[in-house]
Design a protein around this ligand. Sequence first.
Ligand SMILES: [Zn+2]
Length: 247
Amino acid sequence: MKETTVEHKLKHLFALQQVDSQLQEVQDLKGDLPMIVTDLETKVTEMQARLKELNGSIKQSKIDRDNADMEIVDLAGKIEKFKSQQLNVKSNKQYDALTREIEAAEERTLKLEEQMESFEGKMEIAKKDIEALTVQLEESTAELNERRKELHELNKEHEKEELKLQHEREKLLARIDKSDLARYERIKKAKGGIAIVPIKRGACGGCFNRVPPQKILEIRQNANFFACEHCGRLLVSDHIVEMSLAI
Ligand SMILES: [Zn+2]
């Protein structure tokens, strides 16, 4: 029997489906691992950023605390000076003015001491956070390295097979019309990766709904494309299946 154009198209599309299904199987074998690695990478990066932020906040709190400390020392000197001036003043007015200065300096000192305490507290909390985060970061980094190694092994294991399948795919693509390919890809995307199926025991090999006997006869002629009435996948005869194996 002379090979018709539709026959030629169908057998290449069916062969493409076999290759694509095998590629999908390889992806399935890798499972969640690629996603787990990506998630861990994000987690580790975020932890590192948080650590940097905490270290920066400790540095700033230290500067703020030291500034407050220096101002307190400065104020103590002033208070001492005012007190010694009070011993030599001539009027009550002058004495009271110095008293007010002293009170103001003491008030400011109290406030600064409170601030120092709060800066110290902030540093303590940040230090504890850093300790906890460092432990978590070490754990996550170790897990990431482990998972990366696993993924690398898995990729290496399937690399040859994937390359072979990709190569077969490219060879087939060169022999398939663009519009047929577009149709195939459209159905494949909509139907869980399966676009073209054989008829099995009088039923669609995709959705398992019955295909009318008259239609099966027509499909066997390979004169036209036929889609399953129920799922829309392309249907092929056993003859096409056999021929596609021979490609
Ligand atoms: Zn179907």
